[in-house]
Design a protein around this ligand. Structure first.
Ligand SMILES: *[C@@H]1O[C@H](CO)[C@@H](O)[C@H](O)[C@H]1NC(C)=O
Ligand SMILES: *[C@@H]1O[C@H](CO)[C@@H](O)[C@H](O)[C@H]1NC(C)=O
Ligand SMILES: *[C@@H]1O[C@H](CO)[C@@H](O)[C@H](O)[C@H]1NC(C)=O
Ligand SMILES: *[C@@H]1O[C@H](CO)[C@@H](O)[C@H](O)[C@H]1NC(C)=O
Ligand SMILES: *[C@@H]1O[C@H](CO)[C@@H](O)[C@H](O)[C@H]1NC(C)=O
Ligand SMILES: *[C@@H]1O[C@H](CO)[C@@H](O)[C@H](O)[C@H]1NC(C)=O
Ligand SMILES: *[C@@H]1O[C@H](CO)[C@@H](O)[C@H](O)[C@H]1NC(C)=O
Ligand SMILES: *[C@@H]1O[C@H](CO)[C@@H](O)[C@H](O)[C@H]1NC(C)=O
Ligand SMILES: *[C@@H]1O[C@H](CO)[C@@H](O)[C@H](O)[C@H]1NC(C)=O
Ligand SMILES: *[C@@H]1O[C@H](CO)[C@@H](O)[C@H](O)[C@H]1NC(C)=O
Ligand SMILES: *[C@@H]1O[C@H](CO)[C@@H](O)[C@H](O)[C@H]1NC(C)=O
Ligand SMILES: *[C@@H]1O[C@H](CO)[C@@H](O)[C@H](O)[C@H]1NC(C)=O
Length: 779
C-alpha cells in the first residue's frame, strides 16, 4: 500500500482513532504524584471511566480545571512556528482571502468586518518569536481565531490543543423568544419554557436580564460572534436551543452555541455561569468540559504535549509521506469505505410530529398538519442535504415519495423548512430543485482560486485523462481523475458548453486583486461528471427525465429559514429564489426591529478538506512521468505541502472554501456570501415554536395563505396577490406559555434535554461523500 493511502484511511475511517487522539507514545500506568497539577487532577478524576477501555458515558470535569490543564501545556516555539508555516499552502485554496481583506462596503456595514488572514498569521509568527504566548493553548487559540473570525464556515482549522482534548459546555441551553410574536424577543432558560409548557402548568418563566453580571443582550451579542456563520441574526439564533438542530443529533450544533454546541464547544465559558432574571433572582451554574482522550498517566501539561502532540514524531511521519512513490492512489473507493461505518439508527426528533415519511437520521422528512385550515398544506423539512453515501438515495427518495404522497392527499401548498441546514451533497441541492421545478436548467456558477498548485494538478490530470475513453467502469483511480474538476472535460462552461482545454478552464481571470478560474458549471447530463460520492442521478437527467411537471405552483411554495443555511443549502436557495422566484421567511434574529437575511451561512459551493488537498498533491506526484517532472513539482508550490497540519489538527473537518458561488449576470463575480440579501418576511420565535415545530409551520401557513400576518418586518405580500388585503390579524392565538392541546410529550422532552446537554457532542459529518461532491459546513 502506498504510504499516502495510510493518511487517507487515517482521516476517513470514522471508527478508528485519528489525529492527535492517538497517543504518540506508550501510556504508562503511573500513580499520580502531584494532584495540584490541573492535568493530573483531570487524570485522577476520570481515571475510573477509562479503566476498562473506552468510557461508555462522556467523561466530564469542571470547565476551569480543563482550562487550567490546557494552559499548563508549555509552548514549544519552534514546533509552533513549523505548524504555522505548514498552513500556508492549504490556505492558497481558500477562494475569499482577497475579499475578506477588502470586502464590499455593504458587507462591512451589515455583516462582518474585514479580516486580513495573511496579516493575522504573520502577527502570530511575530508573537511566537517575541515570546508573547504563555502557553501552547494561547498560540493554538490565536491560530483558531484567524480562521473563525473570517466567518466562513468552510474555512476551518482547529489545532489539536483547541479541539482534541476537551470541549466546553454550559448546563443551561437558552432560547430567545417573543411572548406574543410581536414584541422583541428576550432570552429564557429553555428548561423553564418546557416547564411552562407542561399540561396544566401555571408556571411563568422570567426572562434573563444579566449573564455573569453583564446586560444579557450585550453578552449574547458578543458571544454569538464565536459562531461559524457570517450573518449576525443567524449567529444570534445559533446561540439557542433549536428543534431542527437537535433533530440532527450529533451532526447539528446540538443545544446551541451558548450551551457549548457548535463552535461554542471550543470557547472557554468560565468556571460558572450566573444568570439574573427579571424577577430579581440570580442563579449560578457550574460549567463543564468533556474529556476526549484517555488521561491515564498524564501528570502535567508536559505529559499531555509529549503524549498526544509530540511534534518530533509528527514531523517524522510527515517526512515519510512526502510523495515520490510511483503508484496511483485510490481516493474514491477509500472515501466511500467510511459509509459502512455509518449509523442507521433512528435519531429522535423532540418537538416534531409523526412524519408521513422521514429519512432515518431526520436529514429530511415530510409532514401534514392537523386542522381543517391546513388540510391543503404539506411540509417538507430539510435540515440537511446529506453527505453520507449510505443516505444519498434514501434522501432523494424521501423527497420524491413525499411529493407524491402530498399530491395523492390533495395537498396544493408546500412549506420547505431548511432550518439548521449546513449543506451536504451538492447535487442533492440540484436534485431537490429539479424535483420541484423541472423546467429550469440550474445555473450554479462556481469558480476556484487560480494558483500554481491548482494549475499543475489540472495540467497533469487533464493530460492523464486523454489516455482513456470518457466513460464509467474504468478502475476507481482512473474514474476519480477523469470525473474530477481537474480534467478539463469535466463540467460545462458559463454558457453550458464544454471546455476545450485545461488552460481555457483554468484562466486565470483577475477580480478584486486576485486570480480565479473561469466560471465552471456542473454538467448534469454527463454521467462521468457527476459520478463518485453523490450516488444519485439528478432528477431531470439521464434515467430521471420522466419528471417533467412542477408538483406545486410557484406561488404555493414558501421556504422557511432560521439563518443557519450554508453551503449546499445556499445553492438550493439561490436556484429557488433567483430562478423560480420562490419567496422566503426568516425566523428569529437579534432583539431589534427590522428585516433580516434568510441565508446566514457561507455561500461557497464546495469545501475541500485539507486531507483531500493533500491527496490531490500526492496523486499528482504519483502521476509524474519522469524524475525531472518530480523534481519540478518539488520545486513548485506542490513541494510545500506536508501532513503536519493534518497530524496537528483536531478530529473535525479541517477544510477550505474551494469554490465560490456566483450569481447569474454578476460581472463583478462577487462571492455570494459578500452580497447582503434580505428575506421577504421576518417572523419571531414564540415560546411554543421552541417546543412544537408545527407552531412554526402553522404560523407560516397562516401568514402565506390564510390571510393572517405574523411578519414583524418585510411583508406577507409574497406573490403580489391574494394576501395583501388581509393583513389585519396578527397570528397570536392564545397565551404564550400554555401548552399545545395535542402537541409533543413535554415531559419526555424535559427528560431528553437533561441527557442531551452533556452527551450530545458534535460529530464530524459529511466525510462519507467524495470531497468533490460535497459542500457542507461542519458543526
Ligand atoms: C473522530 O471523529 C469521528 C466522527 O465523529 C468519530 O467517529 C471518531 O471516534 C473520532 N475519533 C476519535 C479518536 O475521537
Ligand atoms: C506540585 O505542583 C505545583 C504546581 O506546579 C508546585 O507548585 C508544587 O511544588 C508541586 N508539589 C510537589 C509536592 O511536587
Ligand atoms: C425567577 O425566575 C427564574 C427563571 O424563570 C426562576 O428560576 C426563579 O425560581 C424565579 N424566582 C422566584 C423567586 O420566583
Ligand atoms: C441591555 O442592552 C441592550 C442593548 O444594548 C439595551 O437595549 C437594553 O436597554 C439594556 N438593558 C438594560 C437593562 O440595561
Ligand atoms: C482501489 O479500490 C478498489 C475497490 O475497492 C480495490 O479493489 C483496489 O484494490 C483498490 N486499489 C488500491 C491501489 O488500493
Ligand atoms: C382528492 O381529491 C379527489 C378529487 O376531488 C377526491 O376524489 C379524492 O378522494 C381526494 N383524496 C383525498 C385523499 O382526499
Ligand atoms: C487503474 O488503471 C490505471 C491505468 O490503466 C493503472 O495504471 C492503475 O494501476 C490501475 N489501478 C488499479 C488499482 O488497478
Ligand atoms: C463555452 O464553450 C464553447 C464551446 O467550447 C465556446 O464556444 C464558448 O465561447 C464558451 N463560452 C464562453 C463564455 O467562454
Ligand atoms: C494573475 O495571473 C496572471 C497570469 O498568471 C499574473 O500575471 C498576475 O500577476 C496575477 N494577478 C494576481 C493578482 O495574482
Ligand atoms: C438510474 O441510473 C442509476 C445510475 O446508473 C442507477 O443507480 C439507478 O438504479 C437507475 N434508476 C433506474 C430507475 O433505472
Ligand atoms: C419516474 O420513473 C421512476 C422510475 O421508473 C419512478 O419511480 C417515478 O415514480 C417516476 N416519476 C414520475 C414523476 O413519473
Ligand atoms: C397570483 O397570481 C398568479 C399570476 O397571475 C397566479 O398564477 C396565482 O395563482 C395567484 N396566486 C394566488 C394565491 O391568488
Amino acid at each position: 500500500m502506498p504510504p499516502f493511502l495510510l493518511t487517507i484511511i487515517f482521516f476517513f475511517l470514522g471508527g478508528s482513532f485519528a489525529s492527535a487522539s492517538v497517543p504518540r507514545r506508550q501510556l504508562a500506568t503511573r500513580t499520580i504524584q502531584n494532584t495540584t497539577q490541573p492535568c493530573a487532577e483531570v487524570s485522577a478524576s476520570v481515571a475510573s471511566l477509562f479503566a476498562t477501555g473506552s468510557p461508555t458515558t462522556t467523561p466530564t470535569v469542571a470547565a476551569e480545571l480543563a482550562y487550567d490543564c490546557l494552559n499548563s501545556v508549555p509552548l514549544h516555539a519552534s514546533q509552533a512556528q513549523s505548524l504555522l508555516d505548514s498552513l500556508y499552502p492549504y490556505i492558497l485554496w481558500q477562494t475569499t482571502t482577497s475579499y475578506l481583506k477588502n470586502p464590499p462596503a455593504e458587507y462591512v456595514e451589515k455583516i462582518q468586518p474585514a479580516v486580513d488572514v495573511y496579516g493575522e498569521l504573520s502577527q502570530i509568527a511575530t508573537n511566537i518569536s517575541s515570546g508573547a504566548y504563555q502557553s501552547e493553548y494561547e498560540f493554538g487559540f490565536s491560530v483558531y481565531k484567524v480562521f473563525q473570525t473570517t466567518h466562513d464556515g468552510h474555512f476551518t482549522y482547529v489545532p489539536d490543543i483547541i479541539g482534541s482534548f476537551f470541549t466546553f459546555g454550559r448546563p443551561i441551553p437558552l432560547v430567545s423568544v417573543s411572548e406574543d410574536g410581536v414584541s422583541l424577543p428576550k432570552p429564557y432558560v429553555y428548561a423553564d419554557v418546557l416547564q411552562a409548557s407542561l399540561a396544566n402548568s401555571s408556571y411563568t418563566p422570567s426572562a434573563i436580564t444579566e449573564i455573569d453580571g453583564q446586560n444579557s443582550t450585550e453578552y449574547l451579542l458578543n458571544l454569538s460572534e464565536v459562531g461559524s456563520l457570517q450573518d449576525r441574526d443567524a449567529l444570534w439564533n445559533n446561540l439557542f436551543y433549536n428543534l431542527a438542530q437537535v433533530s440532527l443529533g450529533s451532526s447539528g450544533t446540538t443545544t446551541g452555541v451558548f450551551s457549548g454546541g457548535g463552535r461554542g464547544r471550543w470557547i472557554y465559558p468560565g468556571a460558572n455561569t450566573s444568570l439574573t432574571f427579571e424577577n430579581g433572582t440570580t442563579r449560578t451554574y457550574p460549567n463543564f468540559a468533556r474529556v476526549l482522550v484517555d488521561f491515564t498517566g498524564i501528570e502535567n501539561g508536559d505529559d499531555l504535549y509529549d503524549t498526544y502532540i509530540a511534534p518530533e514524531e509528527v514531523a517524522a511521519t510527515a517526512t515519510a509521506t512526502a510523495m515520490t512513490t510511483a503508484s496511483i492512489g485510490n481516493v474514491t473507493s477509500v472515501t466511500s469505505a467510511s459509509a459502512s461505518a455509518t449509523s442507521t439508527t433512528s435519531t429522535p426528533a423532540p418537538g416534531y410530529p409523526t412524519p408521513v415519511i422521514r429519512q432515518s437520521n431526520n436529514l429530511n422528512g415530510g409532514y401534514f398538519l392537523d386542522g381543517a385550515e391546513y388540510s391543503d398544506v404539506a411540509v417538507l423539512s430539510v435540515p440537511s442535504f446529506v453527505g453520507l453515501d449510505s443516505a444519498e438515495q434514501e434522501f432523494q427518495f424521501v423527497n420524491q415519495q413525499f411529493i407524491a404522497d402530498a399530491l395523492a392527499a390533495n395537498k396544493t401548498k408546500l412549506i420547505i423548512d431548511v432550518s439548521a441546514n449546513a449543506g451536504g451533497t451538492i447535487l442533492q441541492g440540484y436534485d431537490l430543485f429539479k424535483q420541484l421545478f423541472p423546467q429550469y436548467l440550474p445555473y450554479g456558477a462556481t469558480r476556484f482560486r487560480a494558483h500554481q498548485g491548482f494549475n499543475l494538478i489540472g495540467e497533469k490530470f487533464s493530460e492523464f485523462s486523454t489516455q482513456f475513453p470518457r466513460e464509467l467502469g474504468l478502475n476507481d483511480t482512473v474514474e476519480g481523475i477523469i470525473s474530477s474538476v481537474f480534467d478539463y472535460q469535466t463540467d460545462a462552461n458559463i454558457t453550458y458548453q464544454p471546455f476545450t482545454s485545461w488552460p481555457v478552464k483554468y484562466g486565470p481571470h483577475e477580480y478584486n486583486g486576485d486570480n480565479f478560474t473561469s466560471i465552471i458549471r456542473w454538467n448534469l447530463s454527463d454521467p462521468v461528471s457527476i459520478v463518485g460520492g453523490s450516488d444519485i442521478v439528478v432528477t431531470g437527467y439521464l434515467n430521471r427525465t420522466n419528471f417533467t411537471t412542477e408538483p406545486f405552483a410557484r406561488d404555493n411554495v414558501i421556504i422557511v429559514y432560521d439563518g443557519y443555511c450554508a453551503s449546499t443549502c445556499t445553492i438550493f436557495s439561490e436556484f429557488m429564489r433567483q430562478q423560480a422566484g420562490v419567496k422566503t421567511i426568516a425566523l428569529g434574529g437579534r432583539p431589534q426591529p427590522g428585516i433580516i437575511q434568510a441565508v446566514g451561512g457561507v455561500k461557497g459551493t464546495n469545501d475541500y478538506p485539507w486531507s483531500y488537498i493533500k491527496e490531490l498533491v500526492d496523486q499528482t506526484f504519483a502521476l509524474a512521468n519522469s524524475s525531472a517532472e518530480t523534481a519540478y513539482y518539488n520545486s513548485s508550490e506542490l513541494g510545500t505541502y506536508s501532513n503536519l497540519p493534518l497530524d496537528r489538527g483536531a478530529n473535525v473537518t479541517l477544510a477550505v472554501n474551494a469554490r465560490d458561488g456566483i450569481r447569474q449576470g454578476d460581472t463583478t463575480e462577487t462571492p455570494l456570501q459578500f452580497v447582503y440579501e434580505t428575506a421577504d418576511c421576518r417572523i419571531l420565535y414564540t415560546p411554543e415554536m421552541t417546543v412544537d415545530v408545527t407552531a412554526i409551520w402553522k404560523t407560516v401557513a397562516d401568514t402565506v395563505w390564510n390571510g393572517k400576518d405574523a411578519c414583524i418586518a418585510g411583508s406577507n405580500d409574497f406573490y403580489g396577490n391574494g394576501t395583501t388585503t388581509k393583513r389585519t390579524e396578527k397570528v397570536v392565538k392564545r397565551a404564550a406559555w400554555s401548552r399545545t392541546q395535542s402537541g409533543p410529550d413535554v415531559e419526555a422532552m424535559m427528560q431528553m434535554l437533561n441527557e442531551t446537554i452533556v452527551r450530545n457532542t458534535n460529530g464530524q459529518f459529511g466525510v462519507g461523500v467524495s470531497p468533490l461532491k460535497r459542500s457542507i459546513m461542519s458543526p
